[in-house]
Design a protein around this ligand. Structure first.
Ligand code: NAP
Length: 491
């Protein structure tokens, strides 16, 4: 159990349940509320405000009103707010971890890891805030001067998913604050409590009223579409599925809103015969089982060279089969529940489909008794390429293994998907490592590692996995515009 002094009920009671608009916590949606559920028990944790389109408009009004003043603050001031928020988050690790485990299901150890990861985005962008630069040049003919300034894009809409409730919020709020943008944050309805807690922390850290609004809603489409079409939102930063991303891109097109899109993935995990097998197994456990497999970077297709496929499969099954499944709040849990029953049923159907096409179940392959939405860690061998799970995001604790023979062929197979977020390559041959890293059609590659996420690197995908990058040196640029001033110099 966590070491926070607060009981679960006290912790839930301490979180604001209203909308944050213009620095005030207000009831929304004409007093309507929506339930937040614990996926490990199906129990309702609490009710929170359920915003409607009018609340969305008021939130945007507040963000628009605060924009000019906020853009005028010094970069140091903005950076120090982030730095203070970073310290507060770390000092409240246990509370925030427990909150995330309760609303999302991940084991406490993973939730603590996410708190640290989330906080790091604030530290990183506190350091980036003071490095916003510009440029000065002469035109090639020597007559004119070119002054380049970088300015905040303006009010932003931030939409986050449920799988990393805290980190997906800080990965957007951090650069927006650093750049001097105001924001409306719409968290996922399954996991709003982490965002509400985070908003209060930012208030405590000194974020001025109106810079961040938080609107929780069960009617995302109804609330968001008018904001994007209003022309007053200048930037959408979205993390979620490719299907929803496409819809939002179409809405953004109408008012030509700038976008950053962090969408779904279908990561190949390729193990060559010269790989260090222990490292590959370690990598597979991390890339597959982090967050119960509910990660956009999750290894979705495990391609293992035929010479080692049996040994790899057996050893992975032994490790996966030994994982303890249970509520994330229990000390000995390795794997928590899935987010909901629909997700669990989808995974069950994907496994049944693969088995009907000849896959062998090496471990797992079944739903576990509830009341929560548990599914056993599963390894499948001899998965046929026609199986549905190789063509879609599994988003659960299922590792499908496909044996391969040839490097060129497997890179082609790995790239034969509309997605291109992450990929993983295990080999000790430096030439092959570089060749395959270069040829994989993805935004991020884990070379002999199963973890790619860090605030210091540009995170994002190609093809239908997204547009733009979050984190790294480029992350703040997503929230800045260039303005160029032409200056003729006479005489
Ligand atoms: P989702 O269903 O696409 O939802 C993401 C967010 O969009 C939620 O807040 C959701 O709220 C909102 N939304 C849905 N329809 C909307 C609409 N018409 N207008 C405005 N907002 C709308 O995704 P999810 O199930 O929460 O998250 C899992 C997905 O996120 C996976 O595909 C995963 O790969 C992806 N993901 C990507 C990254 C990355 O960095 N590339 C990171 C994490 C997750 P409602 O639920 O209320 O509709």
């Amino acid at each position: 159990m966590p070491t926070t002094a607060l009981s679960t009920d006290e912790l839930i009671a301490s979180i604001p349940k209203q909308l944050l608009i213009g620095g005030r916590w207000v009831a929304g949606g004409m007093g309507r509320s929506m339930a937040v559920e614990d996926p490990a028990t199906g129990r309702v944790l609490c009710e929170i405000a359920d915003a409607d389109a009018e609340d969305g408009r008021r939130a945007l009004d507040a963000a628009a009103k605060a924009q000019d003043g906020w853009a005028e603050t010094s970069a140091r001031e903005r950076g120090e707010i982030l730095r203070r928020a970073y310290e507060i988050i770390l000092s409240r690790t246990e509370e925030l971890a427990l909150l995330m485990t309760l609303e999302m299901g991940k084991p406490l150890a993973e939730a603590r890891g996410e708190v640290a990861y989330a906080a790091e985005f604030f530290r990183w962008f506190s350091e980036e805030a003071v490095r916003i630069d510009g440029g000065f040049a002469r035109t090639p003919d020597g007559r004119n001067r070119i002054l380049v300034m970088r300015q905040p894009v303006g009010p932003c809409l931030l939409i986050t998913p449920w799988n990393f409730p805290l980190a997906m919020a800080t990965r957007k709020i951090g650069p927006a604050v650093a750049a001097g943008c105001t924001m409306v944050l719409k968290p996922a309805p399954q996991t709003p409590l982490s965002s509400l807690a985070l908003a209060r922390i930012l208030q405590q850290a000194g974020l001025p009223d109106g810079v961040l609004q938080v609107i929780t809603t069960s009617r995302a489409g109804e609330v968001v579409a008018p904001l994007l079409r209003s022309g007053r939102i200048r930037k959408l930063s979205f993390t979620g599925s490719t299907a929803v991303g496409r819809t939002l891109l179409a809405q953004c097109a109408e008012a030509v809103v700038r976008t950053s899109m962090e969408l779904g993935g279908n990561a190949p995990f390729i193990v060559f015969p010269d790989a260090d097998l222990d490292a590959a197994l370690e990598g597979a456990m991390a890339a597959k089982m982090r967050n119960m497999g509910e990660a956009c970077t999750a290894a979705n297709r495990l391609f293992v060279h035929r010479e080692i496929a049996d040994e790899f499969g057996q050893r992975l099954a032994t490790r996966m089969g030994a994982l303890r499944v249970g509520p994330g709040t229990a000390d000995d849990t390795d794997v928590g529940p899935l987010i909901d029953e629909a997700s669990r049923r989808k995974i069950g159907a994907l496994v049944d489909d693969a088995v009907s096409r000849g896959a062998r179940v090496l471990t797992g392959g079944s739903m576990l008794d509830g009341p929560g939405y548990f599914y056993s860690p599963t390894v499948l061998a001899d998965v046929d390429m026609s199986s549905e799970m190789l063509k879609t995001e599994i988003f659960g604790p299922v590792a499908p293994i496909v044996a391969f023979d040839d490097e060129t062929e497997i890179v082609g197979t790995a790239n034969a998907t509309d997605w291109g977020l992450a990929g993983y390559v295990f080999t000790q041959d430096i030439d092959r490592a570089l060749r395959v890293c270069e040829r994989l059609d993805v935004g991020m590659v884990g070379l002999n590692t199963g973890i790619v996420s860090t605030p210091a690197a540009p995170f994002g995908g190609v093809k239908q996995s997204g547009l733009g990058r979050e984190g790294g040196r480029v992350g703040i640029g997503e929230f800045l515009e260039y303005k160029y001033v032409a200056i003729p110099v006479r005489g």
